[in-house]
Design a protein around this ligand. Structure first.
Ligand code: SF4
Length: 329
């Protein structure tokens, strides 16, 4: 690892790096997104989404958190933040009385984040809002019978990792059972449910388990993802998590970020990437760094075309031969 973390600006953020020789401001005026990348002690300030972004594509990470280019608001992000806001209000009560369905829908109204819907028609916006109401009605059916106040909602943490990094974030809900054991819950608003194995392998939940230990002095007994759209909660036990692996993933990302390793890594999410228009991997006709794979695919396509042509010729020859045989009878 280099001795120095690289050049920093007055905020402690790594300066725009001359990876393509592009000077700061190349991409126009913009508001920085998110907090600086290094804290006062020179530790890389990460979150689960920062680590995840770096592991998916270091160049995307650079655009978002080093260059701090703005990203487009999206309906899905705003929907997620609205549902999270409503559920936080649902559990953040002074008395252990379960709010009614109407109260929960009122929390959605208060928490509704319209930023990602601005480009949509009024009917489309209403459709998203009604979808949110349906999701919360279903959530209420599941949650009301066993409702109890959690130990915490949106529990903010700053988890130091070996003096090299700090992972910050907030845990959606921390429940405590009658034996004093803790259970972490994170809400997901995507439609697809992950199976138990993937929940146990979730880097996010392992980091939250470590954060729980840092906050409360004890590891959680279980961690869960609550997929609120389909209405399914998937839980994993503590012994199924890879806490050492989570620490190692954070340290590896922090080390690579300090070394300013920001190579573009085309992946299946490129189509949804906010930075594709400026990404060098997508200059010209396509992802240059995928050259060998594209070439191989082209070769397979050529071979397939050749073989289909041969097959057609063979079939035509067989048909002709059959006709000839019929005619000779
Ligand atoms: S377009 Fe793909 S390769 Fe380029 S920054 Fe985005 S995710 Fe990375």
């Amino acid at each position: 690892m280099p001795d120095t973390p690289g050049p920093t600006d007055a905020d402690g953020a790594l300066r725009l790096l001359d990876v393509d020789g592009s000077p700061p401001g190349t991409f126009g005026e913009f508001e920085p997104s998110g907090p600086p990348l290094l804290d006062r002690d020179g530790r890389v300030r990460l979150s689960f989404s920062r680590v995840d972004s770096y592991r998916t594509c270091p160049r995307k990470f650079r655009y978002a958190y080093v260059d701090r280019l703005p990203t487009e608001p999206s309906p899905h992000l705003s929907f997620g933040s609205s549902i999270h806001g409503a559920l936080e209000r649902f559990y953040d009560r002074k008395l252990p009385r379960c709010p009614t369905v109407d109260e929960l829908l009122g929390f959605l109204y208060e928490a509704w984040d319209s930023t990602g819907f601005r480009e949509l028609s009024r009917d489309e916006q209403l459709s998203w809002y009604r979808h949110g109401q349906d999701v919360l009605r279903r959530f209420h059916q599941r949650a009301a019978p066993g409702y109890r106040l959690p130990a915490a909602t949106e529990a903010w943490f700053e988890l130091p990792v070996d003096g090299q990094a700090v992972v910050v974030g907030s845990i959606d809900r921390v429940d405590a059972d009658d034996d004093g054991r803790l259970h972490l819950v994170d809400y997901k608003t995507n439609r697809k449910v992950k199976d138990r194995g993937r929940v146990a392998g979730s880097l996010q939940l392992s980091l939250y388990a470590l954060a729980c230990q840092h906050l409360y002095g004890q590891l959680p007994a279980t961690v869960s993802l609550d997929f609120v759209v389909p209405g399914v909660e998937v839980t994993a036990r503590l012994d199924e998590l890879d806490l050492d692996g989570a620490r190692a993933a954070v340290l590896a990302a922090a080390e690579r970020i300090r070394a300013r390793a920001f190579a573009p890594t085309p992946n299946r999410l490129c189509s949804w990437c906010d930075f594709r228009a400026i990404c060098p991997a997508w200059e010209g006709d396509g992802p240059q760094v995928l050259g060998p794979a594209v070439e191989h695919a082209n070769e397979l396509r050529r071979r397939l075309t050749r073989e289909v042509r041969e097959l057609r010729e063979l079939e035509a020859g067989i048909a002709q031969a059959a006709d000839d045989l019929d005619g000779s009878d």
